[in-house]
Design a protein around this ligand. Structure first.
Ligand code: NAD
Ligand code: WQD
Length: 340
């Protein structure tokens, strides 16, 4: 059985991916420092899969601990989720973001080279596109200068990975998956997003408002050039997103990749505005979301959604969940967390 190292695997997307990889027959080792996650996520993964998925509490910045990890297991591949991800915080603490996100990547890639681990999948982000001039965004849509240190770490990481694999004479291959907006939770409601403090992202803010934890959702701007004036995104179900990693893994392990470094958009191709999302949430769950329109949030883009044809064709992967299913899963998770 192929053994996959999943850094950041106790986190939101990593835990869902650990489930899908395990269900697909891979041996998974989750490595996480639990900075932004809890051990309960690993327990959730074990409960869902019925397997004793391995967990190692390590910091990817700790080179010695990471060396031991690479000696303890024989990895066939690494999926690197471990990163800090709060856009606003990255503006206040840029060095923390550059240190954590770049150094952890460099450590992982160096150890992969030293230990001859050939396959790498990276969590990139649609944030690298900024506001594209043409929509939907394809993988060849030019990246734009990042508007936050967080976004910049994703661009720099992509470049580091490309340069690294190109220098290995074909012994290493990597896929960068550019996620659009991941939302929702596992249908079991045993794992999901665990935002610390007041959520920055829309989905947990909606579910927390619906649960009565937040008084009112602020919708950031209704004067965008969109049909209802609110901003547009491509919301991808986290389980669909997790399955894209399994498809990426199969491509690399079966050596189906066309170049040593490849990039794929992972989204649905379906645009929704903020107001539409709130309305569908209310209709699907039967729960009202108290909201008001406020000013735009600094740094927000107006609209983006993905052209997913490359991933559909090359990875044989397609987002499957309806928006209703996804919103319902997010609500079931919130209810589970609050004991509702
Ligand atoms: P998350 O915070 O839930 O998961 C990240 C995990 O990495 C956490 O469990 C955290 O404890 C761990 N971690 C961070 N630094 C670490 C380190 N140095 N050593 C070991 N563990 C470390 O975030 P997520 O939403 O699951 O995101 C996963 C990846 O996907 C990140 O790289 C993120 O930038 C990227 N991404 C996320 C989104 C999103 O909206 N959630 C969108 C695009 C890309
Ligand atoms: C979605 C829409 C907001 C909260 C961020 C990162 C991006 C990626 C995904 C990691 C926007 C609006 C939000 C609220 C609102 N992460 N909104 N009220 O900004 O598209 O992307 O997460 O790579 O890099 O920037 O996601 O969920 O914060 O916002 O009106 O309380 O909801 O203005 O239009 P975003 P989001």
């Amino acid at each position: 059985m192929k053994c996959i190292l999943v850094t950041g695997g106790a986190g939101y997307i990593g835990s869902h991916t650990a489930v899908e990889l395990t269900n697909a027959g891979y041996d998974v080792v989750i490595a996480d420092n639990l900075y932004n996650s809890e051990i309960s996520a690993v327990e959730g993964v074990r409960k869902i899969t019925g397997k004793e998925v391995a967990f190692e509490q390590v910091d990817c910045l700790d080179k010695n601990a990471m060396e031991k990890l690479f000696k303890k297991y024989q990895f066939s591949a690494v999926i690197h989720f471990a990163a800090l991800k709060a856009v606003g915080e990255s503006v206040e603490k840029p060095l923390d973001y550059y240190r954590n996100n770049l150094e952890s990547l460099i450590n992982v890639l160096s150890l992969m080279k030293e230990n001859r681990v050939p396959n790498f999948v990276f969590s990139s982000s649609a944030t690298v596109y900024g506001q594209p001039e043409e929509l939907p965004a394809t993988e060849t849509t030019p990246r734009q200068k990042a508007t936050s240190p967080y976004g910049n770490t994703k661009q720099i990481c992509e470049d580091i990975i490309e340069d690294t694999v190109n220098a290995t004479n074909g012994t290493m291959s990597a896929l960068a998956l550019r996620y659009f907006n991941p939302i929702g939770a596992h249908p079991s409601a045993l794992i999901g997003e665990l935002p610390k403090g007041i959520p920055n992202n829309l989905m947990p803010y909606i579910t927390q408002t619906a649960a009565g934890i937040r008084k009112c959702l602020s919708i950031f701007g209704n004067d965008y050039d969109t049909p209802d004036g609110t901003a547009i995104r491509d919301y991808i179900d986290v389980t669909d997103l997790a399955k894209a990693h399994v498809a990426a893994m199969v491509r690399l392990i079966d050596k189906q990749n066309k170049t040593p470094y490849e990039v794929f958009n992972i989204g649905t191709g379906r645009p929704f505005s903020v107001l539409e999302l709130v309305e569908i949430f209310e209709k699907t769950t039967g729960v009202k979301v108290n909201y008001r329109i406020t000013g735009r949030r600094t740094g927000d883009i107006e609209k983006i959604w993905a052209d997913t044809s490359l991933a559909n064709r090359e990875l044989g992967w397609k987002a499957e969940k309806s928006i209703e299913e996804t919103l319902l899963s997010a609500w079931m998770w919130e209810k589970h967390l609050r004991g509702l």
